[in-house]
Design a protein around this ligand. Sequence first.
Ligand code: URA
Length: 257
Amino acid sequence: MKSDDHIPLLQWYHEMGMDVAVLEEPQNRFLTKTTTSLSIINQPSNKTERFIPKPSMAANHTEHPAYKCKTLEELYQTMKDYTGCSLKETAMNMVFSDGNPKAEVMLVGEAPGADEDRQGKPFVGQSGQLLDKILTTINLDRTKVYISNIIPWRPPGNRPPTTIEIASCQPFIEKHIELVAPKVLILLGGVAAKTLLATTEGIVKLRGSWRTYQPTPTCPLIKTMATFHPAYLLRSPGQKAFVWRDILAVERELKGL
Ligand code: URA
């Protein structure tokens, strides 16, 4: 074997999203996962609920395990035990939330990136740092807001989540919003905005005006502002002025102006 024979394999790993070495020794994850999923199918345990999302789920998904949860602790545990989203198998950690669950403002992003996956917290990487700066401009920080994502497990290589992955995780974020019951909801980026506002319109059209969001039919309506995702602002700093406008609208709303 030549000294650089391994490079194409490493490149392939990287493209598949394996960009971090987690353990000292290599593991045959295919072998482990096959055994695990077969054992789940063959002997359903009373702890693990295998939930397979159906195409009709977006219209009527009250059978999803999220809907049984009455507290954030129950929701956290139900998500930990959930086996209906394969992203969980490649992620290092589940990213549930950060911030103050009693806050008036809740922000929802798309899905964890590499830093979030490593630390198990949303928005701790570069886009999180920009988000913190944006919040500071209206006197908010993580003690005054609550943050979560549409998807709690990192998609490999930061690829966008698929519609099946979104459909299987959507009830979790809906229940999450219902339990936190914020006064104002901020949707960061197109995936969060389109998913929760149930529209195919793009973020350019959706951002900048107040909408209402009702996580479940018995919940009060929540005032909702969609805006650009901080990761997009890092790539296109010229768009920051739009987020500035949106965030000032949020400040006025919080002050009751
Ligand atoms: N991007 C997101 O949408 N969420 C995170 O938690 C981090 C980056």
